[in-house]
Design a protein around this ligand. Structure first.
Ligand code: NAP
Length: 253
């Protein structure tokens, strides 16, 4: 690749929240960005934000847990933007419940979107990275990987992504590809708002209560996570691989 050629980034679940902030941030870093989400029309806001700022982006509708849709989406990105060499596996869902009440389908849905989705996307894109001799994969883990009441499915998926990340780093390093995980704490998005709704709290009160438990005394914003992802996907991070970075306003491990 010549130094003037634009690298192509794929961000999943980028219609809103952390994914949208990451797509905007990577575009500001000069990447052409494929904004992927379940509903292509829902990606419009993110794409418009990027193009209004002079960046390049396309919206692509795909369910990351569906192999055929993933393959079609990656083929479209390669065709319309060029070979993707940056991948942020961010798409996610919650189906919280205590273990004894958790349905098999809620277990399967969460494992399928987070783990199978990240596997399918990475498998489809790694060949472009290998051909380019350069690549960056960032997987969204979570502080819940350390265990969280009511999230047996989600914590298993997020811990699984950490093992997946380290194995990618080991297997793909010789092709100039790094893989890292960002594990957010409490970030103010629709996902945490849905949790507030579920426990019957107003979102502002829910955030205030969460902030008292966080050393920096505030909850995170999507841009806090986008900043960490921008580092891992940057040219300068080529010797940082297989790491899990907790971005939670305080220490976690
Ligand atoms: P969010 O606001 O709920 O956004 C997630 C996006 O992913 C939504 O646009 C959703 O689309 C999309 N999505 C869901 N299933 C998909 C699928 N099968 N294929 C493609 N897209 C799909 O969530 P967020 O808070 O920004 O979280 C982003 C990531 O960070 C997730 O992996 C989450 O687990 C992780 N995380 C978040 C927090 C937090 O505090 N917010 C903390 C730790 C980790 P629909 O709206 O159509 O469902």
């Amino acid at each position: 690749m010549s130094t003037t050629e634009q690298r192509v980034a794929v961000v999943t679940g980028a219609a809103r929240g952390i994914g949208a902030a990451t797509a905007v941030r990577l575009a500001a870093e000069g990447r052409a960005v494929a904004v992927i989400d379940l509903d292509e029309a829902a990606c419009k806001d993110t794409v418009e934000k990027i193009t209004a700022a002079g960046g390049k982006a396309i919206a692509v509708g795909a369910d990351v847990s569906d192999e055929a849709q993933v393959q079609a989406a990656v083929a479209r990105v390669a065709e319309e933007l060029g070979a993707p060499t940056i991948l942020v596996n961010n798409a996610g869902v919650l189906r919280d419940n205590l273990l004894f009440k958790m349905s098999v389908s809620d277990w399967d849905t969460v494992l399928s979107v987070h783990l199978r989705g990240s596997f399918l996307m990475t498998k489809a894109i790694q060949k472009h990275m290998v051909d380019a001799g350069w690549g960056r994969v960032v997987n969204l883990s979570s502080s819940s990987a350390l265990g969280n009441r009511g999230q047996a499915n989600y914590s298993a998926a997020k811990a699984g992504l950490q093992g997946f990340t380290k194995t990618l780093a080991i297997e793909l390093g010789k092709f100039g590809i790094t893989a890292n995980a960002v594990a957010p704490g409490f970030i103010a998005t629709e996902m945490t708002k849905a949790t507030a709704d579920r426990v019957g709290m107003g979102f502002e009160d829910f955030k205030k209560a969460a902030a008292t438990q966080i050393p920096v005394q505030r909850v995170g914003e999507p841009e806090d996570i986008a900043n960490a992802i921008a580092f891992f996907t940057g040219e300068a991070a080529g010797f940082v691989s297989g790491q899990v970075l907790y971005v939670a306003g305080g220490p976690l491990d």
